[in-house]
Design a binder for this molecule. Structure first.
Ligand SMILES: [Mg+2]
Length: 364
């Protein structure tokens, strides 16, 4: 139990180790909004949400506006339970899922600390402690050697970013990677909504020989008809990502046979309850589940994904975090990735101790 005393907003951009090449997007630096909630007892909770006009439609400027609007409603409120956090945040503003998710995470982090519990213990029942994550293969010159090294380190799942090269080249990359990595790993390709209908149909008609476990979102998230047509062309499973912002989106994809699984992001669902509910729907409907952050997220978001991953009812397509691709992070007790698995810091709440000097350094 605590009273919300203050909410502080930070706009940051972290440097990446390497430029990320996706279908039609190149990312050189992250852009996230961080939220710090302070209680009247002087305790803090942290949350993060990536700004992404291409993914959520929410810019950093817009998120700051939205959080300032919510702040007017939230400051002074007494928090009694996890349920009250969820209801309060969801009813404080219409839309603005990413902005909401950052405040909700910060409040849960703070609430968990006051309850002397971890974030995962507050949001659900712990189902797993091992959290294998996916290694992203995004077009570096020595990507095959790099991927083999990661497999030898213990990574069991790999995702190839496709669309920046020709279809022929990308299919060759996939085939070569499958040969190099062997059949024991989960190997997938992600089009990041970059193909038009014609190219997507061509790609998907040729994909089965590449030996991938699934193909993700070849076309724009709105184009569910082409997703269905792609799915009919291949026996490789199809995953939706950019097309999924809610339970309704999942239901439509299921009904239309436009995806067998999906990659879910908290910044799109806006609340942990919505995300967990969507995963229950997917489990009931035999859909495969991946939980993912946004490229460039810091350890605050990675910790949040890790804690959510511990409690979800299904996670057969694993989780994605991005801290391994950052050139610098903003926490004092860095989280590690060991044997291809995310190691969440023990401790209360999210288990992260934020380095406010670093936040200042990377302020935008
Ligand atoms: Mg994706």
């Amino acid at each position: 139990m605590f009273k919300i005393k203050d909410i502080k907003i930070y706009n940051i951009g972290l440097p990446l180790r390497q430029t990320i090449h996706m279908s039609n997007i190149t990312i050189e630096r992250s852009n996230s909004i961080l939220v710090r909630v302070k209680s009247s007892d002087g305790d803090f909770g942290w949350g993060e949400a990536a700004a992404s006009l291409s993914m959520t439609g929410e810019s950093s400027v817009g998120m700051i506006q939205a959080i300032n609007y919510m702040k007017e409603i939230l400051v002074g409120v007494e928090i009694q339970s996890y349920e009250s956090i969820s209801n309060l945040v969801q009813t404080s503003i219409y839309g603005n899922a990413a902005a909401k998710s950052s405040i909700e995470a910060a409040l849960i982090d703070l609430f968990a600390r006051t309850q002397k519990k971890s974030f995962s213990e507050i949001i659900g029942k712990i189902k797993r402690s091992d959290l294998p994550i996916i290694w992203r293969i995004a077009g570096s010159e020595n990507e095959i050697e790099e991927a083999k090294k990661k497999r030898d380190e213990g990574f069991k799942a790999f995702k190839i970013k496709v669309g920046a090269k020709t279809i022929k080249e990308d299919l060759q990359r996939a085939e070569r990677l499958r040969v190099a990595l062997g059949n024991e790993v989960q190997l997938t390709a992600d089009g990041n909504a970059g193909y038009n209908r014609k190219s997507a149909l061509l790609f998907c008609s040729l994909i089965d020989k590449a030996g991938l476990d699934y193909m993700e979102q070849p076309v724009n998230g709105y184009d569910i008809k082409t997703m269905k047509a792609c799915n009919e062309l291949m026996s490789t499973a199809l995953s939706a990502d950019e097309g999924i912002h809610s339970l309704e989106d999942l239901s439509i994809h299921k009904d239309m046979n436009a995806a067998e699984g999906a990659s879910l992001k908290l910044i799109k669902f806006g609340s942990i309850k919505n995300l967990l509910g969507a995963i229950d729907f997917m489990k009931d409907n035999n859909m495969h589940v991946n939980i993912s952050g946004k490229a460039g997220d810091s350890s605050i978001s990675a910790a949040c994904i890790g804690h959510i991953s511990k409690v979800v009812n299904k996670l057969d397509w694993f989780s994605n975090v991005s801290i391994q691709y950052l050139a610098d992070d903003i926490i004092l007790n860095p989280m590690s990735i060991r044997d291809g698995k995310l190691m969440i810091n023990p401790g209360l709440g999210l288990g992260v101790e934020v380095d406010e000097e670093k936040i200042e350094k990377y302020a935008i």
